[in-house]
Design a protein around this ligand. Structure first.
Ligand SMILES: NC(=O)c1ccc[n+]([C@@H]2O[C@H](COP(=O)([O-])OP(=O)(O)OC[C@H]3O[C@@H](n4cnc5c(N)ncnc54)[C@H](OP(=O)(O)O)[C@@H]3O)[C@@H](O)[C@H]2O)c1
Length: 298
């Protein structure tokens, strides 16, 4: 037997359990990973509360990203070996002692990459990379990034800054120094946000990367709908909604490389032991803080 996070009814963090489940094994083309760390994402709790997308069958596992050590390799796997340190993605169930995935779902973990970063960067990195790329930003752009201190937003901010665009990011005051350190101008969200954003870029905005469901602010500031991408708002007609998808080893490898060299900054807010998974989600669901929350499994 092995341990996995499960829930048998929809609801808040209190429905989460760490349960004994059958130990999985790698079949042909697959690898088994003994998980060291696994990331938490808002998508997890949206699904777990019920009524979001197509509900999973219950009992359900939880979690989509992990890092750990390969401890079984199935037939026909030639590019991953037992003992390899990897990070990876799974369709569901990363928050467990073991995950079994196709070998192509894992990438080597650089020696210098911390385990919490390795286990937490995959999903946010994928969404940030794809959403930022969808706008084809250039140095001629002035772009708003909402939730610039959130898991996705802090990476999107860095990807946007790297294009040479002028970047203005919304965040709570306590995160303004951090947003500034990424090369963006911080602006507080909430009452008066539109006026503050206007003052921060008198030249006007040409694009928006929305990570907070704040598309209306961009529209009010005159950003053309076709140059707004949201990973939260699927209701506003005419905007882009490019988010997570098409995850692959090459992308994961590049995220890991950039995080290991310090080219990408990816702060960890907290690492909770597996047994404290409900507590970890209570913290995540407060929707404030700086950086990623992960579980430490081993
Ligand atoms: N479509 C996709 O593929 C996809 C993929 C990943 C995530 N998402 C969604 O994107 C959203 C962000 O995900 P995440 O992982 O980055 O979440 P997260 O790390 O939990 O984001 C929390 C951050 O949101 C900020 N925030 C809260 N309310 C805000 C507001 N009204 N305006 C601006 N910032 C606000 C807070 O900033 P302060 O601490 O500075 O207050 C906090 O740091 C979630 O809704 C998630 O479900 C979608």
């Amino acid at each position: 037997m092995s341990l996995a996070v499960t829930f048998s009814q929809f609801g808040g963090p209190e429905v989460l359990r760490v349960t004994e489940v059958d130990e999985p094994h790698a079949a042909a083309g697959q690898v088994r990973v003994a998980v060291r760390t696994a990331g938490l994402n808002p998508y997890d709790y949206k699904v777990r509360r019920g009524g979001y997308g197509s509900p999973p069958q219950l009992p359900s596992r939880q979690g989509y990203e992990f890092a750990g050590v390969v401890d079984e390799v199935g037939d026909d796997v030639t590019d991953v070996s037992v003992g390899d340190e990897v990070l990876g993605f799974v369709s569901i169930g990363a928050q467990a002692q073991f995950v079994v995935v196709p070998a192509k779902n894992v990438a080597p973990k650089p020696a210098g990459l911390d385990w919490p970063v390795a286990g937490g960067i995959g999903l946010a990195g994928n969404a940030a990379r794809r959403s930022t790329d969808s706008l084809a930003l250039t140095a001629a752009d002035t772009v708003i990034v909402t939730a610039a201190a959130g898991g996705v937003g802090l990476l999107a901010t860095q990807f946007a800054v790297a294009t040479g665009a002028t970047v203005v990011g919304t965040a709570s005051e306590r995160n303004h120094d951090f947003v500034r350190s990424l090369g963006a101008t911080p602006v507080a969200y909430g009452d008066g946000e539109e006026q503050r954003l206007r003052a921060a870029a008198p030249q006007g905005y040409t694009a928006m990367l929305d990570n907070a469901g704040e598309v209306a602010v961009g529209v009010a500031l005159g950003v053309p709908l076709g140059r707004i991408n949201s990973i939260v708002d699927y209701d506003t007609a005419g905007i882009g909604t490019v988010g997570g998808g098409r995850k692959n080893r090459a992308e994961l490898e590049e995220l890991a490389r950039a995080a290991a060299t310090g080219e990408l900054v990816f702060p960890i807010l907290a690492a909770y032991p597996l047994a404290d998974v409900a507590e970890a989600y209570r913290r995540l669901e407060q929707r404030s803080g700086l950086g990623k929350i992960v579980l430490t499994v081993a």
